[in-house]
Design a binder for this molecule. Structure first.
Ligand code: FAD
Length: 472
């Protein structure tokens, strides 16, 4: 009889370049399973993505003669039970770096061992196991630049693993029906913009990558900060869910012969930011809650629910901030430059704790990622590893004028300002009344007045910062 294996998919929802699946297929027959574990606490946009991604993966499995088995509940109970019931000798999975999943893995490993079943984890979501990258004195990197240098020196992406043509499965393994999980929003159905923007699944990921390599990579370093253009890859949700392997993206980008090296090099460095975030989370399991710099625990944050709501809804009266927050709500994604601007505005001008912003992003992003989200919020707030100093406060008007000079981005997401001339677009409160009138803008009526005077907000932030000491 053929050996049997269980492949437990988590954030590696793909058939190509999947080392866990490849190892299981080498051994014999395979059952693929995904467990909807309540411990994951995914947000609304992530669940929308997950539904679509699992539907695509289910079809890809069916086309190869196998079934994707879906189960809901506690992975620690489900995985050993399922593995035993199909007579599996081994469970294969990608290695996890999220704290909740690491704990689950420890418990699953113990339960499998008690039943005499092996548990093999394969490098899959990341370029390295977090414990592999050490400083010369065998310590942990706290700063991105030397970390990235170490990654460039050490990373050799593995050779491509083609998606299997057939998957020898095992008949009659019971599965939940995806529809019964009710992951898609119904009343109200807020996902129209997500449907228009994304094609979750492996094919969608490959398409995005091909498009970016053709049209985006060469000029990536020049265009990546311009939110009005499609100058970045938009691969983040596909990478987060593992619909495409990091090795595959690196390999493909590295192989492109570009006119200038800078676009490609900058892009590979961004992939290492993702790696750095996962590395930080591995070494700091409370990254999503606890500031890495201790003194920030004493920051005199404001409890300001009205301001928080205005920020969440994109009605702060600051055009570039509102455009970003509306892009997030409509599409489940926000351009990186604008993520930095909106996050800085929340934690600095509004003096609202970064954890509140992080939680909103977690619920709204299709790429919501425990590592990248937490590390980036801590970075913007000034309390993270290698963070921007707290006293460096983005001026959202200057940021808008610099990175959205023709206002294409603001006009797309804040259409009530679309008829303003470029010179008035990023600070409509400074525009002469006649200019506002001829553009059909009445502040306080068709578009809000700013929730905060930017100069006063900046001074308040600096004063708050002074109270927690100079070492921050
Ligand atoms: P590209 O510019 O094409 O970059 C390629 C890939 O590199 C991305 O897909 C992503 O995987 C990785 N990457 C790029 N920049 C970063 C970065 N700064 N940190 C980590 N990885 C990076 N990214 C997430 O994937 N999930 C999150 O939950 C998330 N939350 C964020 C919250 C804040 C406050 C900020 C400032 C940034 C956050 N980012 C997050 C990082 C970054 O904004 C997104 O990865 C990027 O905008 C995704 O767009 P892209 O795929 O077009 O990126």
């Amino acid at each position: 009889m053929m050996a049997r294996s269980l492949v437990w998919l988590r954030n590696d929802l793909r058939l190509a370049d999947n080392p866990a699946l490849a190892a299981a297929l080498d051994a014999g027959a395979v059952v693929l399973v995904f467990v909807l574990d309540p411990a994951a606490q995914w947000g609304g946009a992530a669940l929308w993505w997950l539904h679509r991604s699992l539907a695509a993966l289910g079809q890809d499995c069916a086309a190869r003669g196998a079934k994707l088995v879906l189960r809901r509940g506690d992975s620690v109970a489900i995985i050993p039970e399922l593995a035993a019931s199909i007579g599996a000798t081994t469970v294969h999975a990608g290695r996890a770096h999220e704290p909740w999943l690491r704990q689950v893995d420890r418990d699953v490993a113990a339960a499998l061992k008690a039943r005499g079943i092996g548990f093999e984890r394969h490098r899959s979501a990341l370029m390295f196991g977090a414990e592999q990258i050490r400083t010369k004195s065998d310590g942990v990197y706290g700063v991105y630049t030397p970390f990235s240098r170490a990654c460039f020196e050490a990373f050799a992406p593995r050779a491509a693993i083609a998606a299997p043509k057939r998957i020898p499965g095992i008949a009659d393994v019971a599965s939940d029906a995806l529809e019964d999980w009710h992951l898609l929003p119904r009343a109200p159905d807020w996902a129209g913009g997500l449907r228009d923007t994304w094609q979750p699944g492996e094919a969608g990921a490959q398409e995005r990558l091909a498009h970016f390599l053709r049209d985006g990579l060469d000029d990536y370093d020049r265009r990546r900060n311009l939110p009005g253009e499609t100058g970045t890859s938009m691969l983040s949700p596909h990478l987060h869910w593992g619909e495409i392997a990091i090795d595959a993206v690196w390999r493909a980008a590295d192989a492109v012969v570009t006119k200038r090296p800078d676009g490609k090099h900058t892009f590979l460095k961004e992939l290492i930011w993702r790696e750095f975030a996962a590395y930080l989370l591995w070494h700091n399991e409370t990254l999503d809650e606890v500031p890495m710099k201790d003194q920030f625990a004493a920051m005199p944050w404001r409890d300001a629910p009205d301001d928080l709501r205005a920020w969440q809804r994109g009605v702060t009266g600051i055009p570039i901030v509102d455009a970003g927050m509306r892009q997030l709500w409509r599409t489940g994604w926000m351009h990186n430059r604008v993520r930095m601007i909106t996050a800085s505005f929340l934690v600095k001008h509004l003096l609202i704790p970064w954890q509140a912003g992080e939680a909103w992003f977690w619920d709204c992003l299709v790429d919501a990622d425990a590592a990248s989200n937490a590390a980036s919020w801590q970075w913007v707030a000034g309390c993270g590893a290698d963070a921007a100093p707290y006293f460096r406060i983005f001026n959202p008007v200057l940021q808008g004028e610099k990175f959205d000079p023709d206002g294409a981005y603001v006009r797309r997401f804040v259409p009530e300002l679309a008829r303003l001339p470029d010179r008035a677009l990023h600070a409509p409160w400074d525009a002469p009344e006649a200019v506002l009138r001829s553009a059909g803008v009445t502040l306080g009526k068709t578009y809000p007045r700013p929730v905060i005077d930017l100069k006063a907000g900046r001074e308040r932030a600096l004063a708050a910062f002074k109270t927690i000491g100079k070492s921050a």
